[in-house]
Write a protein that binds this ligand. Structure first.
Ligand SMILES: *[C@@H]1O[C@H](CO)[C@@H](O)[C@H](O)[C@H]1NC(C)=O
Ligand SMILES: *[C@@H]1O[C@H](CO)[C@@H](O)[C@H](O)[C@H]1NC(C)=O
Ligand SMILES: *[C@@H]1O[C@H](CO)[C@@H](O)[C@H](O)[C@H]1NC(C)=O
Ligand SMILES: *[C@@H]1O[C@H](CO)[C@@H](O)[C@H](O)[C@H]1NC(C)=O
Ligand SMILES: *[C@@H]1O[C@H](CO)[C@@H](O)[C@H](O)[C@H]1NC(C)=O
Ligand SMILES: *[C@@H]1O[C@H](CO)[C@@H](O)[C@H](O)[C@H]1NC(C)=O
Ligand SMILES: *[C@@H]1O[C@H](CO)[C@@H](O)[C@H](O)[C@H]1NC(C)=O
Ligand SMILES: *[C@@H]1O[C@H](CO)[C@@H](O)[C@H](O)[C@H]1NC(C)=O
Ligand SMILES: *[C@@H]1O[C@H](CO)[C@@H](O)[C@H](O)[C@H]1NC(C)=O
Ligand SMILES: *[C@@H]1O[C@H](CO)[C@@H](O)[C@H](O)[C@H]1NC(C)=O
Length: 364
């Protein structure tokens, strides 16, 4: 009887350690992480040895109570290697900051086990493969920075359930497919950046529900269609960047009144048409207006003198004309550095009062 009991105890041992990870699990996972780093030119991981408790290893922080790893911060140490799947065993992790290194290979889907994770910074590495859909299970995630990598595949539909997500930066990868409309559920989102990918399709209407959005950057993709009118209702927008896609349609006449906080307005390199709305003069925070390389026509609003922060104003390659009367009001914009008017249908010559102040002038 006793023997049987002892045997069953022995058999249960592995199950116990697997379901209840301990500080030893963390130590082991960190050593596995170290093992998959192939190059460490500054030898920073040599401090990861038994002469010190792992909570004192460089880049590691633990919670005081449980002595479990809560932060792994090894950014910018020129580390080269893969990301060990054992990272998914650091079950108390809140923050992973490994940006500005040379990690390659896939993002282990085991990261999806880290339900306490709030920050995942993996930008500026050479990570490949798809974004693990298991990340949709990290329901406490607030900051997700994966920009500047070699990720392929689609933006996971399931990201729409990350209700605490504030920053989603996936720019400069090789992502394909569309912008999932489920992202319209991310009511905490303030920054959305998927620029410089190969995304196709149109902007889902649901994106207009993100009423705290400050940055919306989708430039340099193959997106098309019109800008949904719902997006012009997101009055918190400061950076509105859709340049170098295939968007068409006209600008909302009331744009300047709907988006009073607009600072950077990148709409160049598309197929937008129609007039430049005069309401733009009401967006007094504007620093940059790029409408170049589109099919805009008609005259340029003449009362631009309230745009005191404007430093770049590009209208090149459109069908704008004929009067240059708007230039008089531009003399008020003392920060203006760059003015692009070339390849339009303007008549007349540029007054010296305008051109003398500029570093860059394209006219002709
Ligand atoms: C792990 O936790 C146990 C029990 O709380 C403790 O006795 C042990 O010293 C800890 N080990 C490390 C490496 O922190
Ligand atoms: C172990 O780490 C300590 C610092 O934490 C360092 O001084 C020592 O050289 C390391 N030992 C080895 C063998 O790298
Ligand atoms: C930790 O993770 C690895 C790989 O994901 C797994 O094989 C291992 O069983 C896990 N558990 C422990 C306690 O290390
Ligand atoms: C990427 O990281 C390297 C250092 O590892 C740094 O020199 C480079 O400027 C970074 N690039 C970006 C785009 O942040
Ligand atoms: C990466 O490195 C660059 C250049 O050193 C720096 O400007 C940037 O802030 C770093 N990025 C992150 C996310 O730490
Ligand atoms: C999320 O977690 C649940 C429960 O653990 C699991 O069934 C599901 O497959 C996970 N989803 C993803 C996308 O990994
Ligand atoms: C999110 O939005 C999509 C479509 O907009 C909807 O079908 C879904 O039920 C919403 N909820 C979650 C949690 O994704
Ligand atoms: C935008 O807001 C206006 C005024 O609140 C409202 O009438 C209109 O229906 C909204 N448009 C969209 C597409 O949400
Ligand atoms: C928009 O700007 C024009 C010209 O400066 C001004 O007359 C008008 O009152 C402004 N409208 C609003 C709603 O601020
Ligand atoms: C020039 O700017 C001042 C504010 O500094 C403003 O009061 C004035 O109306 C502006 N002039 C023009 C022509 O817009």
């Amino acid at each position: 009887m006793i023997l049987l009991f002892l045997i069953s105890l022995l058999c249960m041992q592995p199950t116990i350690t697997a379901t209840a990870p301990t500080n030893e699990t963390d130590r082991f996972a960190l050593l596995k992480f170290k093992e998959s780093v192939r190059q460490d030119p500054h030898n920073i991981l040599s401090s990861w040895n038994d002469s010190m408790h792992f909570c004192n290893w460089l880049g590691v922080k633990c919670g005081r109570r449980h002595q479990r790893v809560t932060v792994l911060d090894l950014q910018g140490h020129k580390l080269r290697g893969t990301l060990s799947p054992y990272i998914g065993n650091l079950s108390f992790l809140r923050s992973i900051t490994l940006q500005n290194n040379s990690f390659y290979g896939e993002i282990p889907q085991e990261i999806g086990h880290l339900f306490r994770l709030q920050q995942l910074y993996l930008s500026n590495n050479t990570l490949e493969g798809e974004i693990p859909s298991s990340l949709s299970n990290c329901s406490n995630l607030r900051f997700l920075y994966l920009r500047v990598n070699k990720l392929v595949g689609k933006i996971p539909e399931g990201f729409g359930s990350l209700m605490k997500l504030e920053l989603l930066w996936l720019g400069k990868n090789n992502l394909v497919g569309g912008i999932p409309s489920s992202l319209g559920n991310l009511s905490s989102l303030t920054q959305f950046n998927v620029a410089e990918n190969n995304l196709v399709g149109s902007i889902p209407d649901a994106i207009g529900q993100l009423n705290g959005l400050v940055t919306f950057s989708i430039s340099d993709n193959n997106l098309s269609g019109t800008i949904p009118s719902s997006l012009y209702n997101v009055s918190s927008l400061q950076i509105f960047s859709v340049s170098s896609n295939q968007f068409n349609g006209t600008l909302l006449a009331n744009i300047g009144l709907n988006l009073p906080n607009l600072q950077l307005f990148h709409f160049g390199g598309n197929e937008f048409s129609g007039p430049i709305p005069t309401s733009l003069v009401n967006t007094t925070q504007l620093q940059l207006i790029d409408l170049s390389d589109n099919k805009f026509l008609g005259s340029v609003p003449t009362n631009l003198g309230n745009l005191l922060n404007l430093f770049l104003f590009r209208l090149s390659i459109n069908y704008l004309g004929k009067s240059l009367n708007f230039l008089t009001s531009l003399t008020n914009c003392s920060r203006l550095q760059s003015l692009g008017l070339d390849e339009n249908q303007f008549d007349g010559v540029l007054p010296n009062s305008v051109s003398n102040e500029l570093n860059f002038l394209f006219f002709g």
